[in-house]
Write a protein that binds this ligand. Structure first.
Ligand code: SF4
Length: 442
């Protein structure tokens, strides 16, 4: 008998393809599970992505579950799937919907007709959920079957400190054996919120005080790494999933110290602005501390586009910074986006050229550089979404590309919407094909 069924929901309606590089444990749900368990609630957890579950499998699971509550994470990209689930489940369950972008989805969710009731939990939800299950939180009704609970920064449930406990017992895909990198990898989140303001991102600073950046302490991270080593003795690499871990020289020094202390290799997201003027000795310190790869969001090779999407650097800076990392012996994975609203063919060509130049430089130096490219999709609430809306542009729902193609190699986490650039779908597809060629191992 459980009180709540927590589901890490799928992005694709068709059977997802397991890709260990893309499918990471749902750390956010882990924090929720930990707080609910510590408050005495019995939680059942199912990871639909790792289990390759289809939406109808989840409906069946919910129908058979004895839990009164069902917690689902919802995104712009699986909104129609979650709607199908909550409207198809037969018993009158109490659905709890959450996720980083759910505050922008309330206008759509309140139109739904769930079999039971829905409470949308807006904001970081791990500290409020035990009291919601206990009936101690006043809810705002937004439609006959939909209520909202908001965790704003002035709420007593807001995690001002993010040094929170994490019980990893529910993670079924950790550690991940990365045979291509020769590592066994576990995952941590070292910060929440963001200090940057990218126009395509729901974590952007200007979207409200909820996205205020907060950082975990060195001791909290060390404690988590000790727990990982105790639970998964095979783990020899840590992947840091948040964008702000390496935000300045001080954070780099602490990262190098942390991973040296535990003799672990590591990979992390990183920002161009952290590195472009960083003295070379710091780059050497990152490499020597066991850093196996940095993930960098370059997004575009065109300065006008970078300005439009509020990336705070020029294409030349992105090029020189990634080259500095490569020259220092640090492998890099660069992320690009094609098809931004109003993007011209010339701007998209600049992006392809930049990706080529970076690949060429890395090949000469002999350090791995990986390329990953996505089609632009308008996430609810972001500046670019609002820009398109204000211009009256009809936006197509975001869906997994796996649901739109027979390609068996299609990554289900690669989502598509309409084409909002100045060029059409055929040209966008040709650019994406070119980026996929660059993404293929040399
Ligand atoms: S894309 Fe990354 S750097 Fe930009 S706002 Fe989002 S989290 Fe911050």
């Amino acid at each position: 008998m459980s009180d709540i069924l927590l589901v890490n929901t799928p992005i694709a309606r068709t059977r997802p393809i397991a890709d260990p590089d893309e499918s990471v444990p749902p750390i956010g749900i882990g924090y929720i599970y930990t707080q609910l368990s510590r408050s005495g609630y019995q939680c059942q957890f199912v990871d639909a992505n790792v289990g390759s579950m289809l939406p109808q499998d989840i409906v069946r699971l919910i129908n058979e579950a004895d839990a009164e509550y069902v917690g689902l994470n919802v995104f712009s990209s699986n909104l129609t799937i979650i709607r199908h689930i909550v409207e198809s489940a037969e018993p009158r369950k109490k659905f709890l919907l959450g996720g980083p972008a759910v505050r922008f989805l309330v206008p759509e969710i309140k139109q739904w007709n769930p079999s039971g009731t829905i409470t949308v939990v807006v904001g970081e939800s791990e500290l409020i959920l035990p009291d919601i299950l206990g009936g101690r939180v006043p809810l705002e009704s937004v439609s006959p079957n939909v209520d909202v609970a908001v965790v704003s920064p002035d709420s007593r449930y807001y995690p001002s400190t993010i040094n929170l406990p994490l019980d990893r017992a529910i993670f079924v895909n950790e550690p991940i054996r990365r045979r291509d990198l020769g590592v066994v990898e576990s995952h941590i989140i070292a910060s929440r919120g963001c200090q940057y303001d990218c126009a395509f991102c729901t974590a952007a600073r200007s979207l409200g005080p909820e996205t205020r950046a907060r950082f975990r302490s060195y001791d909290s991270l060390a404690e988590e790494i000790e727990a990982i080593k105790a639970r998964y003795p095979d783990t020899n690499c840590i992947r840091v999933l948040d964008d702000l871990y390496l935000r300045n020289a001080n954070s780099i020094e602490l990262a190098a110290k942390l991973f040296r202390q535990y003799g672990l290799r590591w990979r992390s997201m990183a920002h161009i602005n952290t590195f472009h003027e960083l003295p070379a000795r710091w780059l050497g310190s990152i490499r020597d501390s066991g850093c196996r790869e940095l993930f960098v969001g370059v997004e575009s090779g065109n300065d006008e586009t970078l300005k439009h999407i509020r990336k705070p650097f020029l294409a030349a800076t992105a090029y020189s910074t990634v080259c500095r990392l490569i020259d220092a012996g640090i492998a890099v994975k660069c992320y690009f986006i094609l098809g931004f609203p109003g993007e011209t063919e010339s701007a998209a060509s600049d992006t392809i050229r930049l990706a080529h130049s970076l690949r060429d430089h890395a090949a000469i130096v002999g350090i791995p550089l990986r390329i990953s490219a996505f089609r632009f999709r308008p996430y609810h609430g972001t500046s670019l979404y609002e820009e398109l809306r204000s211009k009256g542009v009809a936006m197509t729902p975001i869906v997994s590309r796996a649901d739109t193609t027979d390609d068996p190699d299609c990554n289900p986490y690669d989502c598509v919407s309409g084409v909002y650039a100045q060029y059409g779908e055929e040209i966008l597809n040709s650019y994406m094909a070119e980026m996929e060629r660059l993404a293929a191992p040399p």
